[in-house]
Design a binder for this molecule. Structure first.
Ligand code: ZN
Ligand code: ZN
Length: 584
């Protein structure tokens, strides 16, 4: 194995699971992967860290192939249009991906084939004839996910051919009791065909060793993986009989493609490589790629839903080891639980949930971003309700945060003629407030670095609530009549806290935070690294602020009574704008 480069500076690669392109993502897809990853990346950039954020559309495999076949279109046309639509949407969500690419990009295809050949050369891939489920109805071999049946381990009735979602066991279709084709419900026949396999058992010990020694992988992820490892890993087939995919590069594998799961996982690497090749050209780009993937001080952080744990914490590390290239193994895997919608599972067929293009017609993107991170399912499933959304926007974002900021700015604007009075002297209660705020900030940073993002929002709210209570106690509107200097000192402290609070919010509400930054006349954009100095007194005597405008607005009083009708209306309108393949 090649030596991993040492002594480089820390670099963060933030990866979010690649959404499959056959649907517009719904709030549940967004919350754990795409949005969490963006908030984390924004935080790191604001802390002045070297950070790169990558993801993309996962577009190969059977569901697309089958759907394209049904509609009589070329799968490429299908995914071209869908990818374009999704990319536009992600921009509207202020998702700041350095590279949001797709598995159809040529660098990805080349990278996957090269990587697979390395695994083969190193003896981790073998071929053998297997018996595969074949549906006489569709005249096709059924990939794992398209066979359902009873789990032989826990008895769950809807276990899929690749995995049981109930007990988490990785399965093969032939393991299922009473298998059925998910398209037509017929019992598939099992026919012989040659396939290539990833020899996972050979890497079991190494993966276990890595998990055991990692000090950064979360305990919930470890526990889950050890239980799978204890049952023993099985070789997994990495080729399929699909046409729509990346051709398997192995001798004798003509006509076979690489199974989407194995190729999409390599997207984290190829997206990094593609980004740097586009920026710096092939030779220099490759070096930059190694800074992130072969640097012992690189930190790769993955944002996924809990159902993706085995693929990211076992299969991906095993593949990285099998390549023998010395790629870094995951630093952290931030796996969220499920987001429910009004007590039910999101379901396109039943129309249960909100899809991310619809959401933006209902409320401002900042409100959604903040509310979804407040509801981020950390440690347990969370139920999204409109009532809770309404409460978060109106009470937390408006009353607690927005009001405090507005009270401070309007006071300075109207009572001090927009000019920051400066700190003459601070009383002990002022110092005390400041130390509480700084303590909250320290905890916020620790939680954010640890991807406990929902918990970090508590610190933001604590700062706002402490400051509101302090304003009510300190009463600068009375104090100013007794001592203009003392009231001026209080307000100068507070306007600096407002700046810090805006920075703490910036990963969550980038638009509002930028607006605040401009209102404070600190510049046009918030600079990289600004969060490190969040609570340094940088706004000083004589600094002029703009006329304050409220950062947030409340949702109307009749929001809860009208939302269901609004959703129906929005869905109808939006549906017509979607590319044909993404319509309901
Ligand atoms: Zn099971
Ligand atoms: Zn069938």
């Amino acid at each position: 194995m090649k030596e991993v480069l040492k002594g480089f500076k820390v670099r963060w690669l933030i990866c979010s699971a690649w959404p499959y392109i056959n649907n517009v993502p719904h709030l549940g897809t967004l919350v754990g992967s795409l949005l969490s990853a963006d908030v984390f990346a924004r935080f790191l950039r604001l802390m002045g860290e070297e950070a790169l954020l990558v993801s993309g559309s996962d577009e190969h495999g059977t569901p697309i192939e089958v759907e394209a076949l049904r509609l009589g279109v070329d799968p490429k046309k299908f995914t071209d249009e869908s990818h374009r639509y999704i990319v536009e949407l992600l921009k509207k969500w202020e998702l700041s991906y350095d590279n949001y690419t797709r598995t159809e990009n040529p660098i990805h295809k080349e990278f996957v084939q090269h990587f697979m050949n390395k695994m083969l050369e190193n003896g981790y891939i073998f071929s053998r004839n297997i018996v595969m489920p074949y549906c006489e109805n569709e005249k096709m071999f059924l990939p794992d996910r398209f066979v359902e049946g009873v789990c032989p381990f826990c008895g769950y009735e809807y276990a899929r051919g690749d995995q049981c979602d109930k007990c988490g066991t990785l399965l093969d279709p032939i393991d299922l009791i009473d298998p059925r084709c998910v398209f037509c419900g017929f019992r598939p026949t099992f026919m012989s065909t040659k396939h290539w396999f990833f020899d996972l058992p050979k890497l079991e010990d190494k993966v276990r060793e890595w998990l055991k020694n990692s000090r950064t992988i979360d305990e919930n992820v470890k526990t889950y993986c050890f239980s799978l490892l204890d049952k023993g890993l099985k070789a997994r087939s990495i080729t399929r009989d699909n046409k729509w995919g990346i051709p398997a590069p192995f001798p004798g594998a003509e006509g076979k493609t690489i199974y989407v799961w194995f190729e999409a996982l390599l997207g984290y690497l190829s997206a990094t490589l593609e980004y740097f090749i586009k920026e710096f050209g092939r030779e220099e780009g490759l070096k930059k790629f190694y800074d992130y993937w072969k640097n012992a001080d690189a930190r790769t952080v993955y944002f996924i839903g809990k159902d993706n744990i085995p693929f990211h914490a076992i299969i991906l590390p095993a593949m990285l080891l099998a390549s023998g290239e010395g790629y870094v193994l995951p630093y952290k895997i931030s796996a969220t639980e499920y987001l429910m919608f009004e007590g039910e599972k999101f379901s396109k067929s039943k129309g249960i949930g909100v899809w991310i293009d619809e959401a933006l017609e209902i409320a401002d993107v900042d409100y959604w971003r903040f509310a979804l991170m407040r509801l981020r399912p950390e440690g347990k499933d969370v139920n999204f309700t409109w009532r809770e959304f309404y409460r978060i926007v109106n009470t937390e974002l408006n009353d607690d945060i927005g009001n405090f900021i507005h009270r401070v700015l309007t006071f300075i604007y109207s009572r001090f003629g927009a000019k920051v009075p400066g700190i003459k002297k601070l009383a002990s209660e002022d110092e005390e407030l400041f130390s509480i705020v700084k303590h909250e900030f320290e905890e916020y940073k620790n939680r954010m670095y640890d991807t406990r993002i929902k918990q970090a929002t508590e610190n933001i709210l604590n700062v706002a609530r402490e400051c509101n209570a302090y304003l009510n106690r300190r009463e600068p509107w009375k104090l100013i009549k007794l001592s203009k200097d003392e009231a001026g000192s209080v307000m100068t402290l507070l306007v600096n806290i407002v700046k810090g609070l805006g920075l703490m919010l910036a990963p969550f509400t980038p638009k509002a935070s930028t607006k605040l930054w401009r209102m404070l006349r600190l510049g046009d954009e918030i600079p990289r690294g600004a969060l490190r100095r969040a609570f340094e007194i940088e706004i000083q005597e004589g600094h002029i602020i703009e006329k304050p405008m409220p950062l947030f607005r409340k949702l109307p009083e009749d929001f809860l009574s009208t939302i269901n009708a609004m959703i129906r209306d929005v869905r109808k309108r939006i549906n017509e704008r979607r590319p044909p393949y993404l319509r309901f």
